[in-house]
Design a protein around this ligand. Structure first.
Ligand code: GAP
Length: 604
């Protein structure tokens, strides 16, 4: 990618997305709607390719993962069990002047001089009448005392909004502040105190808009997988370890949608919940639990893997996925969340970040990266919660455990039971179960190990389709030089999509549009390839311009039918075409009969 200022580069990428029909604003003719985006013809193909490839790798090419396609609106109790109803919230603040809303944790700290006012009174009051007052305090931050006029004007506006026609702010005093997040970085006005704002979109099911009929649009696809865990396990005849994956829409009423599609209010997720044995069960069956010894891919799964090995396995699988669709390893960051950053149920979470042009820079000036995907070890939290809230058992019966348990000596049984009991009791107490019933239930659950019963733990790789599409677009965007029709070098914008996910795989061109033999042959080639891949047929304009259009669309291959194809230069070149490579711009002569196999090999 050519070096350029990040915002400048992002602007050119956004403009290309609109110009070439990759992504544009939803409801554009009505001025758009903040946080919602539509994908045009090329964008829709790109997204579909990403999802299809993920689905293929995650379930179709594996024995141990089954697919699910659940509804967006589910029983509201699901969101109570998952914790979303009570805790899926961001702190928000409002500007007291403009009423604009911001995420409190995204306010840039400000320094300067604050003008405080204790209230205001009406200027012109009829004789004998009591002056109208506002006792509401207000503050405004300016860089220094020279800007006092701005603070006074803002205060007047503030009190005018509170019903005074000609307000005279009272009790002015100043204070120097350093790195304060109490003021709006856009205008200096005081912000409200942070309040929690639940991000779930609400709706009503049925004709009556009452509290009992309220439901949510799902904020993640994962919970449907947990709620349907038992059914899918049964119908797919899977045994732990196994996974359930799903691709689908998710909705979050983000306070501040931003960075193009990066933070949207409607987006798609690709999630896998991979259910594993708790470490105590692995130890009972295998004698010991394998833990990571070195970095990198740990190879094919083994029965003695504990959650740490599975976490490492999925992080590496996911990194390999990103590399296989064209994101170089150097553009990705593997970020292990610090203990204080972890969700309360997570044992570890590894975020896979991509270095977007708008990412912040670290101390060394390197792009720090933004989250594409989180791979989380979520323990048995989710299934346990659904068990408690639904009253339906989420345990599995593991025959190997039952058989292995019977052969353990008493000391081992006691040690494993004790560890399992501690973990279960800690979970129940954290969920506000009183200590005695919590201990009783944990005791029963630990005793159930002997009968081969337990609630599986889970490793969750959770990726966003839209963020990935944006990463692929940013990574593909490139400006270089290419010859025009007269051989003069000119600037070329080329989208270097990996052929695997490129929206269009090949473009077919007759050299000239007004020669029916060329057109007929080119259409034959198009029809030969179309059942196998996305083909774009283009006969409009000079061939150089047609190449340029396809370069901008990211089409990796171009096939030109010329007079040699028709056999005008002799039999040896008859029924051959030129095959042009988008990135090298090199052309090779290829037999039409060999095109399907050759192209399929290069795009798969
Ligand atoms: N089930 C776990 C879960 O939903 P998350 O980190 O909140 O975890 C997973 O979301 C992924 O979904 C993120 O890594 C990101 O790619 C995508 N995502 C989350 N919020 C998004 C938003 N507002 N806009 C676009 N993508 C989003």
């Amino acid at each position: 990618m050519t070096e350029s200022k990040p915002n400048d580069l992002m602007e050119r990428i956004v403009s290309l997305c609109k110009r070439r029909g990759l992504i544009f604003q939803s409801s554009e003719i009505y001025g758009g709607i903040n946080g919602f985006w539509d994908y045009g013809p090329l964008g829709a193909e790109l997204k579909r390719n990403v999802k299809d490839y993920w689905w293929r790798l995650m379930t179709q090419l594996r024995d141990d993962v089954a697919g699910l396609d659940a509804t967006i609106i589910m029983h509201p109790r699901i969101w109570e069990a998952s914790g979303h109803a009570s805790t899926f919230a961001d702190p928000m603040v409002d500007c007291l002047l403009t009423k604009k809303r911001y995420r409190a944790d995204q306010i840039e700290p400000q320094s300067g001089l604050v003008f405080h006012y204790s209230g205001a009174e009406e200027g012109a009051t009829p004789a004998g009448a009591k002056p109208k007052m506002s006792g509401e305090p207000y503050s405004y931050l300016v860089p220094d005392a020279k800007h006092a006029g701005r603070a006074r004007q803002a205060a007047r506006t503030f009190y005018q909004q509170r019903g005074l026609a000609d307000p005279h702010p009272l009790g002015e005093r100043t204070e120097s502040v350093e790195n304060s997040t109490r003021y709006n970085p856009e205008n200096g006005s005081l912000l409200t105190e942070p309040r929690l704002f639940n991000l779930m979109f609400k709706t009503y099911v049925g004709p009556v808009e009452s509290a009992e009929n309220m439901a949510y649009l799902r904020p993640e696809t994962a919970q449907a997988i947990f709620a349907q865990f038992k059914t899918v396990a049964e119908v797919s005849r899977q045994k732990v370890p196994f996974g359930i994956c799903q691709i689908g829409k998710a909705f979050r009423n983000e306070i501040n949608p931003r960075n193009f599609t990066f933070r949207s209010r409607e987006f798609e997720q690709m999630e896998l919940e991979f259910f594993i044995r708790p470490d105590e069960v692995v130890e009972a069956i295998c004698g010991a639990v394998a833990r990571p010894q070195k970095a990198g891919h740990p190879g094919a799964p083994r029965p003695d893997w504990g959650w740490q090995m599975w976490l490492q396995y999925w992080v590496e699988e996911r990194l390999a996925f990103y590399e296989s669709i064209g994101l170089p390893r150097s553009s990705l960051v593997e970020y292990w969340q610090k203990p204080a950053e972890l969700a309360h149920y997570a044992r570890a979470t590894v975020d896979i970040l991509f270095k977007f042009p708008f990412s912040k820079r670290d101390d060394k000036g390197e792009l720090a990266g933004e989250e594409l995907e989180g791979v989380a070890a979520r323990s048995d939290f989710d299934l346990s919660q659904h068990q408690r809230f639904s009253g339906k058992a989420m345990t599995v019966f593991d025959e190997e455990l039952k058989a292995a348990w019977a052969k353990l000596d008493d000391a081992k049984k006691a040690a494993l039971t004790g560890r399992y009991f501690d973990a279960r009791r800690a979970y129940l107490v954290k969920m506000n179960e009183p200590p005695e019933p919590a201990a009783r239930q944990a005791q029963q659950e630990a005793a159930a190990l002997a009968h081969g019963l337990y609630i599986p733990h889970v490793i969750e790789p959770s990726a966003g389709v839209d963020r990935l599409a944006l990463a692929l677009i940013c990574n593909a965007y490139c400006e270089d030089q290419a010859p025009d029709d007269k051989g003069k070098m000119e600037k070329r914008v080329v989208m270097r999509f990996s052929p695997r996910i490129a929206p269009l795989k090949v473009a077919v061109f007759p050299l000239l549009k007004n020669r029916p033999e060329l057109v007929a042959k080119a259409r034959q080639v198009r029809d030969l390839l179309r059942p196998l891949m996305t083909v774009f047929y283009d006969d409009a304009g000079a061939i150089g311009r047609r190449y340029r259009r396809q370069d901008e669309a990211g089409t990796p291959f171009g096939v030109t039918v010329d007079f040699d194809t028709l056999g005008e230069q002799g039999e040896s070149l008859k029924d051959t075409v030129t095959l042009r490579d988008r990135d090298t711009m090199k052309q090779e002569r290829v037999k039409i009969s060999q095109l399907p196999a050759l192209l399929l090999e290069r795009i798969q």
